[in-house]
Design a protein around this ligand. Structure first.
Ligand SMILES: *Cc1c(COP(=O)(O)O)cnc(C)c1O
Length: 356
């Protein structure tokens, strides 16, 4: 791996961060706070939140079995994705490499930051080759994006190939584990200390059932975390979200129950899909959604919309021709989807199509 200074944009390396009132005085002992131009009324919402989310990180560190200094928290993991571009990629000069197809935000953030985005196509089984990925890198490649389980394909990437990338790439490897809770594969969090170039992303939006509160996590070396903290907005995670995050961490058992139910529902729905006349192939999934190749994705998508059921049409994505991505819901929602698809047969009848 290159040194972190070599990987970091010069302006970011030299940046002196904004110092907020809450950065300069951290103690809780004082009883009169007249330092931040807050309104003394409207408790508890009148106070700025903890800029480094110490209480939340303490709980999270316990559950995830990592030290607090290895945790960055953001306004969704999408914030962490944007920040790694801004910290490490010089616009118009550096590039990043990612598997294709994968989560769309990596490319959007690359485009916003004017950073070249290089895609390396997955194989038929939606797996990648470390050698092919590494061959797409050059001296200006700062980041490699991997997503496991991958969105929209649903499968875990091969651990041996991920390790190969971590061992041979000179830059940072961003491993997005948004769906790891639904997978049998162990998280790379346990290996954080082995790989100084690893950034693991996780989120409260999926297994934790908290997409609304916008809370994402990045785990990495202390030095990488310090760079992200230096360039984030001072109060990037609001107080309501920090409090709700702590509440959720206390409900750890309930989350495990949800995950178990959703994994059972995934098996149920995948099995039922396999027998439907409109379904050509169901791809195996390690996430809370799966990809299915159908007879005509656009027609079936529109038919389902007409029936009040929304799935994700992935027909225009690489390797996903005529594929729909289906999120696993409750048994009632899943049965409703199955009933509507059974009623349809191999293709929706033209008479039943929306707008006719
Ligand atoms: C849903 C998802 C996320 C979560 O993003 P948040 O901003 O935390 O809601 C991250 N990565 C992938 C691949 C996802 O599918």
């Amino acid at each position: 791996m290159k040194t972190l200074q070599e990987l970091t944009r010069t302006n970011i390396w030299k940046l002196k961060p904004y110092s907020s009132a809450r950065d300069e005085y951290k103690g809780a002992a004082a009883s009169v706070f007249l330092d931040a131009n807050e309104n003394p009324y409207n408790l508890p919402h009148n106070r700025y939140p903890d800029p480094l989310q110490c209480d939340l990180k303490k709980e999270l560190a316990r559950i995830k079995k990592v030290d607090s200094e290895h945790i960055f928290l953001g306004n969704g993991s999408d914030e962490a994705i944007d920040l790694v571009f801004r910290a490490f990629c010089e616009p118009g000069e550096d590039n990043v490499v990612a598997i294709d197809p994968t989560y769309g935000m990596y490319q959007v953030c690359a485009d916003v930051n004017n950073v070249e985005y290089r895609k390396v196509l997955l194989d038929e089984d939606f797996q990648f080759s470390a050698d092919k990925l590494l061959a797409a890198t050059d001296e200006h490649t700062k980041l490699i994006f991997l997503c496991s389980p991958n969105n929209p394909t649903g499968n875990d990437l091969l651990r041996t190939e991920i390790e190969k990338v971590l061992n041979h790439f000179e830059g940072l490897v961003v491993l997005d584990e948004a769906y790891n809770d639904f997978s049998e594969a162990p998280s790379f969090l346990a290996n954080l200390k082995e790989y100084p170039n690893l950034v693991v992303l996780q989120t409260f939006s999926k297994a934790w059932g908290c997409a609304a509160i916008r809370l994402g996590m990045a785990f990495a070396s202390v030095d990488i975390i310090n760079i992200l903290n230096k360039i984030k907005y001072p109060y990037n995670v609001n107080d309501l979200t920090q409090k709700q995050g702590i509440q959720m961490l206390h409900k750890h058992d309930e989350i495990e129950r949800w995950v178990k139910m959703l994994k059972e529902e995934r098996e149920y729905l995948e099995d039922a899909f396999t027998g439907l006349p409109c379904v050509l192939k169901v791809f195996p999934s390690d996430a809370n959604f799966f990809l299915a190749r159908v007879t005509d994705a656009v027609k079936i998508y529109n038919y389902l919309v007409g029936e009040g059921i929304i799935v994700r049409n992935r027909h225009n994505i690489s390797l996903c021709c005529n594929c729909l991505r289906v999120t696993v819901g409750t048994r009632m929602e899943n049965d409703k989807l199955l009933e509507v698809l059974k009623r349809m047969g191999p293709l929706p009848s033209p008479l039943r199509r929306r707008g006719s």
